[in-house]
Write a protein that binds this ligand. Structure first.
Ligand code: ADP
Ligand code: MG
Length: 665
């Protein structure tokens, strides 16, 4: 057995104090340390001795002009000195406690050295022997490690040196170089070395690319394995044999023509259903691209096969909306349909649970209530999860565990940059709904200062008088529902004061009971309210085509993806819609985000930008995006490499498993 998995206590100069300091940095084993890479490299510059000031750290290069000599003094202390000629200066180099370098130095004719200039004695206190003149190449780099109060970067560097010296030999290749294609430059051991001790910039750049590729490849191979293991229990009994005639009939009942994209995705889903292993599909589509009707058709297909299907949405409002729509669009199926949420009354609940357990209810709509322990399905064969990133992994699993071999489709209206998609959803089949239904108009977006808000009121009034409806979104106060509520209440009061009494205002916030929310939403949906003041609870999915203006306060507090989602609540009908962002951003980044919003309506473009500006968490509008942590690679910077790794992983797996997994389509 090698030493790489062993504790750092194996190293010299590592006692309990350093051990715990390293632990705190996440470094536990020798391998952890060897793969703990610098976050920066400082270039060490060469200088003319004439220009040196006392205390400067520099690289000097020169011809050795005498033999190195060593004096020992005190206990175990030594001083090695040697003279070199730099340009026309004779310079003394001093090495403390490094007497063992004597022979090495005496073999070199030319020396490159990094050290600290001592002006009074015209000598250089050596910090690091860079080797011979030629190896120095005019520059070298010093690795700077992420450190902490308890342990300094310099100490880490010394420990890395020691670890590499003693155990570096044990670093073996994970993949053959050919597999790494354009990123396969050197042995893995050499790559690790170059990350820590580069001589040239190219050294660590190549090493970084290679190690990133290896890391991403391992990750993608795990995803491929996951995908394969899901397909392993293949069984014809698991096919969902839907009735095409009935499905076509349902399509006829839809009051509009499906877009090309919608048709394609429905076809893909049907193909998935006929596979002998369960579907695992992500449906991505920008807000308003019409995912819901696709989900409905998938549900109906499942229904025609006699199986049960559940559509779960993250909010009561949304789940309810889906339920009502479904019944309205397909009245014949209303009898087989049920709705379950946290606020379902006890009496109704009992009846619904029974209908699900005995299979009477084929189509279940609901919220988190659907995966609670008390819920049993007779034969759940498909689960559809809307706004999937709003649910935790466990919650999604819990729903899928309600049947054996449940086909799953996740839906998200958050356009996710492609790199993040292949990372987060790399084990799934992903389809995109790109185009939007024909009649959609663009949403004109404006950015105004808070002082101009009064002008907005005019516009609101004009719209309301024209029979249209308006959303006001109050400012977002992160991590405080209470303050969120307060700002919504204040806005509500302010608007009440401003508008004539005939303007009907409603308020919607997260603290209301589901019943209260539903009541307000209903009133807005049916046109009994003109203006809806809301916190971000309206963000997901809500569909009121008559709403044509959205005003978002303190818009700079929101991420681009979130703003885009919010804005997607208007522009859903035939009338031209606008979105007004009210903000006085303090930072350049904040201004940039608002500018981007006024310029683009492309969700993918905006989510890429959000990622660039604020990191991946912002794309999802949640703190925990479930993104894996990579040791070397950076998803944003190394996107190309992730795509390559994905492609190679796919090839590697299909070559290996080719005979066992025939294509099922
Ligand atoms: P999202 O993808 O954001 O969930 P929805 O499914 O809520 O979007 O659809 C938005 C609106 O577009 C709904 O009112 C829906 O009825 C309508 N819609 C969906 N598909 C079409 C279509 N092919 N033609 C016309 N309108 C459509
Ligand atoms: Mg939706």
């Amino acid at each position: 057995m090698g030493h790489l998995q062993e504790s750092l206590a194996l190293l010299d100069h590592v006692g309990p104090v350093r051990l715990s300091a390293l632990h705190d940095l996440g470094i536990k084993t020798i391998e952890d340390l060897l793969f703990y890479f610098p976050f920066r490299y400082d270039m060490i510059v060469e200088k003319d001795p004439n220009e040196l000031l006392d205390g400067d750290k520099v690289v000097l290069k020169g011809l050795r002009i005498n033999q190195a000599t060593v004096n020992f003094y005190g206990r175990k202390k030594s001083r090695l000195q040697v003279q070199i000629m730099v340009l026309n200066h004779v310079i003394r180099l001093i090495f403390f406690n490094q007497h063992y370098l004597k022979d090495k130095i005496n073999q070199l004719d030319e020396i490159a050295i990094y050290g600290k200039w001592d002006a009074s004695r015209q000598q250089l206190i050596a910090l690091k022997l860079l080797g011979g003149f030629k190896e120095g190449q005019g520059q070298s780099f010093e690795a700077v490690y992420p450190a902490s109060q308890a342990i300094k970067a310099g100490t880490i560097r010394q420990l890395v040196e020691q670890a590499f010296e003693r155990f570096g030999e044990e670093i073996s290749d994970l993949y053959p170089l050919e597999a790494l294609g354009p990123y396969g430059y050197m042995s893995r051991r050499q790559a690790v070395y170059n990350m820590h001790f580069p001589k040239r910039e190219e050294d660590y750049q190549k090493a970084h690319e290679q190690l990133t590729c290896e890391e991403f490849l391992s990750y993608q191979l795990r995803l491929q394995d996951l995908k394969l293991s899901r397909q392993k229990g293949k069984n014809d009994g698991y096919k969902i044999r839907y009735d095409l005639k009935q499905l076509k009939k349902a399509i006829q009942e839809i009051p509009f023509e499906l877009t090309q994209g919608q048709k394609q995705v429905v076809n893909l889903i049907c193909r998935d259903f006929l596979q002998a292993y369960p579907m695992n599909r992500l449906l991505q589509g920008d807000v308003g691209s019409g995912k819901t009707v696709v989900a409905f058709l998938a549900m109906i297909a499942v229904g025609t096969s006699g199986g049960q299907v559940a559509l779960m949405a993250p909010t009561e409002i949304l789940a309810q909306q889906h339920y009502e729509r479904f019944k309205k669009m397909f009245p014949d199926l209303a009898e087989d349909t049920c709705f379950l949420s946290g606020s379902t009354s006890k009496k109704d609940r009992q009846a619904i649970l029974e209908a699900l357990a005995n299979g009477q209810a084929l189509f279940a709509f609901g919220t988190h209530a659907l995966f609670q322990d008390s819920v049993h399905f007779k034969g759940l064969t498909c689960a559809i999860i809307d706004e999937e990133h709003r649910f935790g992994v466990k919650q999604k699993e819990a729903l899928c565990a309600k049947g054996d071999w449940v086909n799953v489709m996740y839906m998200t209206a958050t356009p996710i940059p492609r790199t993040l998609t292949v990372t987060l959803y790399g084990d799934m089949d992903v389809s995109l709904l790109k185009e939007k239904p024909m009649h959609r108009q663009g949403i004109k977006t404006f950015w105004i200062k808070e002082s101009q808000l009064v002008n907005v009121y005019q516009e609101c009034l004009r719209r309301v008088r024209a029979g249209q409806q308006v959303y006001f979104v109050s400012s977002l106060i992160e991590e405080s529902e209470e303050l969120d509520l307060k700002s919504a209440l204040e806005l509500f009061k302010q608007l009440k004061k401003h508008f004539p009494t005939e303007v009907r205002l409603g308020l919607l916030h997260g603290r209301m009971t589901p019943d209260e929310k539903e009541e307000v939403m209903d009133a807005f949906q049916t046109g009994h309210l003109d203006i809806l003041v809301a916190t971000t609870v309206i963000e997901v999915g809500v569909d009121v085509p008559n709403a044509t203006l959205m005003v978002i306060l303190d818009a700079d507090r929101f991420g681009l993806s979130q703003l885009h989602q919010l804005r997607g609540r208007v522009g859903r009908g035939a009338t031209a819609s606008s979105c007004i962002l009210v903000a006085d951003p303090k930072t350049e980044e904040g201004k940039e985000r608002l500018r981007l919003m006024t310029e683009s309506q492309d969700g993918f473009y905006l989510s890429e930008a959000d990622w660039r500006l604020r990191g991946p968490g912002s794309v999802f509008g949640v703190k925990q995006s479930g993104l894996p942590e990579f040791r070397v690679g950076d998803l944003y910077r190394d996107q190309e490499i992730m795509f390559y790794a994905r492609q190679i992983a796919h090839q590697m797996v299909t070559e290996k498993e080719g005979e066992n997994y025939e294509n099922c389509h």
